[in-house]
Design a protein around this ligand. Structure first.
Ligand code: KG4
Ligand code: ZN
Length: 347
């Protein structure tokens, strides 16, 4: 496998990710997470995340280089997530990337985090040979920081944002509902465990932005704050009535509501756009029930689903390096050093 040797830096949320690729070949992918430090707050605290990136960056870069068996001098380029994400967290990565690129005299590529998630799918490694990503494809990216639906006609030149969450991200909703059910952070895996013995049809929680009146304007947008409030009200009512809260049923019904909306809107986009392919990404894809429902309903709709391995679905530096390597292969020049961190960077 040939191609440019690129080191990618990802610091948009709570994961300090350093990845090294040679073209599409994944050489190393180190991830240091500050998740434990956020646990007692029940969610990511931007200031804490930024400080953790500052501490984790240098040792992570060294580890990634060692694991890839290369040195800084070998690199052809440096890549970094410039947005979207938490402003302070992004700034740490952007600053480090600029310093590294300038001191090494190497080109620097500023890339978009969401497009990076799509690029995760093209990476290959010794234990992962993948068929090339076919275009066009619809991509559904769900994590603690974002919930976005995209129409990808070409990874490097033509990615269209169809819709995104208007309030909480899907993972954030899992975290908040877990908290109100007395479950620890991060809530996604906890809700999954709690749901195991629950009935997903026990309680009919609202599907955000799914009513006919909402669909006209927000067909591809998501909203999870109303769902979170509905769960809170349901639990409060049960407690006020002196009933024992059936945590398994509440968790399973909540999970089903989130998954239903995600899969319904993603498949609607596939149908509307005549695109028989759906790519899934982001940390919430760890949810087995989500994968199950997506695969089942996509198969019924004649849509082929692609899911990268979980280590490439959660935030990581390899996807950022991989996207930059693709840009280089397509003749795109580096970024000028004037760019900054942009928390709302469009695709
Ligand atoms: O992509 P990711 O690792 O990082 C950031 O968002 O920064 O995603 C983490 C999110 C958290 O909100 C977590 O609760 C959620 O993904 N998550 C899950 C599951 N595992 C992690 N959500 C639902 N079900 C899961 N099994
Ligand atoms: Zn992400």
């Amino acid at each position: 496998m040939t191609g440019p040797l690129v080191l990618g830096i990802e610091t948009s949320c709570d994961e300090t990710g350093i990845g090294i690729v040679r073209g599409r070949q994944l050489l190393s992918n180190t991830i240091a997470s500050s998740m434990d430090e956020h646990a007692r707050y029940g969610g990511v605290v931007p200031e804490v995340a930024a400080r953790a990136h500052l501490e984790a960056l240098q040792p992570s870069i060294e580890r990634a280089l060692t694991e890839a068996g290369v040195t800084l001098d070998d690199l052809d380029a440096v890549a970094v997530t410039s947005g979207p994400g938490l402003a302070g967290a992004l700034m740490v990565g952007v600053g480090a990337a600029k310093g590294l690129a300038v001191s090494l005299g190497k080109p620097l590529y500023a890339v978009n985090h969401l497009v990076g998630h799509i690029a995760a799918d093209i990476l290959t490694s010794d234990d992962r040979a993948t068929a090339p990503l076919e275009y066009p494809t619809i991509a559904l990216l769900v994590s603690g920081g974002h919930t976005s639906l995209l129409h990808v006609r070409d990874l490097t030149t033509d990615v269209e944002l169809l819709g995104e969450t208007v309030d909480d991200a899907a993972g954030e909703a899992f975290d908040k509902v877990a908290r109100l059910l007395g479950l620890p952070y991060p809530g996604g895996p906890q809700i999954d465990i709690a749901s195991a013995d629950g009935d997903p049809r026990a309680i009919r929680f609202p599907r955000g932005l799914s009513k006919a009146s909402d669909m006209a304007k927000h067909r591809y947008d998501f909203s999870f704050s109303g769902l979170k409030t509905a769960v809170a009200r349901w639990v409060e009512r049960a407690e006020a009535a002196g009933e024992q809260v059936p945590v398994a049923d509440v968790a399973a019904s909540f999970r089903e509501a989130v998954i239903d909306v995600l899969v319904t809107k993603a498949l609607a986009a596939c149908e509307d756009r005549g695109v028989p392919r759906l790519l899934l990404g982001g940390g919430v894809i760890a949810n087995r029930r989500l994968r199950e429902v997506a695969l089942e309903r996509a198969a019924a709709a004649g849509v082929a689903v692609r899911i990268p391995p979980l280590s490439l679905c959660t935030d990581n530096g390899a996807m950022i390096a991989g996207l930059a390597a693709e840009l280089i292969a397509n003749g795109r020049g580096p970024s000028t050093l004037g760019f900054g961190a942009d928390s709302t960077l469009p695709v």
